[in-house]
Design a protein around this ligand. Structure first.
Ligand SMILES: [Zn+2]
Length: 199
C-alpha cells in the first residue's frame, strides 16, 4: 500500500473493520494525507484436522484464513475444545513445524484437557518390554535421563516424536509417540513414572 498523494509506504492504520475484506482508514506518515483502502484477505476455508485423544483419533474441520500461519504448539479450537497442534502435513505430504494455511493438507492435534499417553520400549538385549504411560502434556522426556517404572530402571536413549526420531535432546510428552530405553544398574533416577503406567 502506498499513499495516493506522495507515494510513501509508511502508513499508520487509524481504523480497520470488516471480516473477509478489511476496510482501512490510513494516515500517511510523510505528508499527513488521510485516505481509505480496502484489502482482500480471502475467505476462511475448511481445514482438515485429525485430533487425537488417547489412542483414538477423529477427523474434523476448522475454518481458517488462507494466509494465517500455523505452527506446532499453537492452540486451536476443535469441536468446542482446545487442542494443541502436534504436527502439520503440507500438500506435498511432508511434515513441517510451520506453514501458511493455504499449503496445509492436514493439521494433527490433540486435546489439551487430556494427558498424553506415550509408549515406552525397554530393550533387554533383544527382548523388548513395552509399556504405556500417561503423563502431563508438558512432561519432558530427556535423552540420557534415568526413569524408574515399577521395578524397572532404564535410561532413555532415543525418542520417536510425531515428526522424527531423535538421538539427542528432549521432547514434550504431547508430541512424543515412543520412548526407547536400555536398563541400567543405577539406583538413582530422574523421574519415577511407576504410578503413571497404564495397566
Ligand atoms: Zn503521503
Amino acid at each position: 500500500m502506498r499513499c495516493n498523494v506522495c507515494g510513501s509506504q509508511s502508513l499508520a492504520i487509524i481504523k480497520s473493520k470488516g471480516k473477509n475484506s478489511k476496510e482501512l482508514l490510513l494516515e500517511c506518515e510523510e505528508c499527513g494525507n488521510i485516505f481509505r483502502e480496502t484489502i482482500d484477505i480471502g475467505k476462511p476455508r475448511d481445514c482438515r484436522v485429525v485430533v487425537s485423544e488417547f489412542e483414538k483419533s477423529h477427523k474434523s474441520f476448522i475454518k481458517l484464513y488462507p494466509d494465517e500461519i500455523l505452527k506446532t504448539g499453537d492452540v486451536i479450537e476443535v469441536d468446542g475444545r482446545e487442542a494443541e497442534i502436534t504436527s502439520l502435513e503440507n500438500k506435498k505430504g511432508g511434515r513441517v513445524p510451520k506453514s501458511p494455511v493455504e499449503d496445509i493438507n492436514t493439521i494433527w492435534a490433540s486435546y489439551l484437557d487430556t494427558p498424553a499417553r506415550v509408549g515406552i520400549s525397554v530393550d533387554y538385549g533383544g527382548r523388548i518390554l513395552s509399556e504405556k504411560v500417561e503423563v502431563n502434556r508438558d512432561f519432558e522426556f530427556v535423552i540420557g535421563d534415568v526413569i524408574k517404572m515399577g521395578n524397572i530402571i532404564f535410561s532413555i536413549n532415543s525418542l520417536k516424536t510425531m515428526e522424527r526420531k531423535m538421538r539427542r535432546g528432549f521432547a514434550r510428552a504431547s508430541v512424543t509417540k515412543r520412548v526407547y530405553g536400555r536398563p541400567v544398574d543405577d539406583k538413582k533416577f530422574n523421574h519415577d513414572l511407576s504410578s503413571r503406567v497404564l495397566r
